[in-house]
Structure formats: structure tokens, C-alpha cells
Design a protein. Structure first.
Length: 253
């Protein structure tokens, strides 16, 4: 019965996404000359559909993180990533004028991916480091010029266990290119609602906390690794014990 209910939730969700995507895709096509306008239109899509999907999946949000998110704008928002739920949390929480960063394969996600393709949000090729860095820097110029924000999952993929994975360096490259502060967004419990690779949805509560902004004005490329490690430590310390990174064994050190 639980699997059937989950399947029905997902079917309704896909149907709603399909309907909404058509309308917003038309708007994006009409706004093709302006990348910034397309980003903001898709932010509105995210606010509507993100909240709708969270409700449909029975996801309850503990507290109200939106005031802290909006107060920090513009910023580079980073979050841990453990579940498909995180995607809908991200598009719902992102303030207007926030540019998303996703792997290039996002275009294969039904409906959502096709809208993402024409939205103006950034896709990066994780298999080509130089092209990925150049794309980040190019978007950084747009972000700086129009005072946009950025949302990125620095792990680069979802964690199957719910534990924090090693951070990739993209967010740090963006911070150096834009001078924007980094704002960690801590998501707790999403991996219990919709596990990676599973079709079963278990309604429940997710806690979202917005940590104080991290000043990046003094960051340099030469010290990039240290900045990435420090932000990862801050995020890891803010997570509950069962979601923290796997301890490094003495043999692996």
C-alpha cells in the first residue's frame, strides 16, 4: 500500500510538473533575449512547484528558513544533498534572482530538465574540469553585474547514506569570481523521506537551518583548498551525528 501511495504521489507530481513546465517554458522562450529575466521567471516556477511537490510528498518543513535566505541575498547558497526532496527544497527556498548550478545531465529529468535547459541557469560538465571552471567564471560575471545569487550543492551528487560527501571546488571558484558570501543551508532528515534510488516516499518532517554568512572577500585561488575544507567542516559540524561525513580511519590517513 505504501508503494502504491508513493507511486500515485509521483504520478500526480509529474502531471503537475508537465502542465506548469509548458506554461513557464513559453514564458522563457518569449524572454530569450534576457537571461536574467528567464532566471527570475524560473525562480517563480520554483517557488510555486517546489512548495507544491513538498506538500504532495507529505514533507513538513520545521521552522521558516525563508527570511534568513532573503536577508542574505545576494549570496552563494550551498546545501548538503541526500534526496530528490532537496531539489524541490532548493527551488522553493531560492530567493528571486538566484541562479542554479547543476550537472549537465539535468536536462534528462522529465519536464524539469527541459525547462532548466532554456531557463538561463548554469549547467556544468563534471567530466571536463577546465570547461566547468570557465562556465562558473562566466556565470560569475553575470552574477556580479546583476547582483544575482547562486544555489549549488557542493557535493556534486546525492549521498545514498545521508552522510556528507566530500565537497567539490565549484562554489569556491564562484566565490572568488563574485566576492559573494557563502551561506550554508543545512537540511536534516530529507534522506529518510525519499531515499536515493528508491520509489518509496515516507512523509515526514525536514529541518532546514540557515547558518551565518561566511565572508569570502579575502579568498584567493592559491588558498582555495583551505577555503573548501573550512566550509565543509562548518557544514559537517552543523549536521546531526548520523549525517556527518564518514570518519576517516587511521589506516586511510
Amino acid at each position: 500500500m505504501r508503494l502504491l501511495t508513493s507511486a500515485l504521489r509521483q504520478l500526480v507530481g509529474v502531471m503537475l510538473m508537465a502542465i506548469a513546465t509548458v506554461g513557464f517554458a513559453v514564458a522563457c522562450i518569449l524572454l530569450l533575449p534576457s537571461r536574467v529575466a528567464r532566471i527570475k521567471v524560473c525562480n517563480f516556477f520554483g517557488h510555486v512547484m517546489g512548495r507544491t511537490i513538498l506538500w504532495l510528498t507529505g514533507t513538513r518543513i520545521a521552522g521558516d528558513p525563508k527570511p534568513a535566505m532573503n536577508a542574505a541575498m545576494p549570496a552563494i547558497y550551498i546545501s548538503n544533498h541526500t534526496s530528490p526532496i532537496d531539489i524541490f527544497l532548493g527551488i522553493w527556498l531560492s530567493p528571486f534572482g538566484t541562479c542554479g548550478v547543476a550537472k549537465k545531465e539535468v536536462v534528462y529529468y522529465p519536464f524539469f530538465g527541459q525547462l532548466y535547459l532554456i531557463s538561463g541557469h548554469l549547467r556544468i560538465d563534471r567530466g571536463n574540469r577546465d570547461r566547468a571552471i570557465e562556465a562558473l567564471r562566466s556565470t560569475g560575471e553575470l552574477v556580479r553585474k546583476h547582483r544575482l545569487g547562486i544555489w549549488i550543492w557542493p557535493e556534486g551528487t546525492r549521498s545514498r547514506s545521508g552522510r556528507l560527501l566530500p565537497f567539490k571546488k565549484g562554489f569556491a571558484h564562484m566565490a572568488i569570481a563574485t566576492g559573494l558570501p557563502v551561506v550554508p543551508v543545512i537540511v536534516t532528515g530529507a534522506h529518510r523521506i525519499w531515499k536515493k534510488g528508491s520509489f518509496l516516499i515516507e512523509p515526514g518532517a525536514v529541518e532546514v537551518r540557515v547558518l551565518p554568512a561566511i565572508d569570502t572577500s579575502g579568498w584567493k585561488a592559491e588558498t582555495l583548498d583551505a577555503h573548501v575544507a573550512e566550509v565543509a567542516r562548518i557544514v559537517n559540524d552543523a549536521l546531526p551525528e548520523d549525517q556527518r561525513a564518514e570518519p576517516v580511519s587511521a589506516a586511510a590517513k
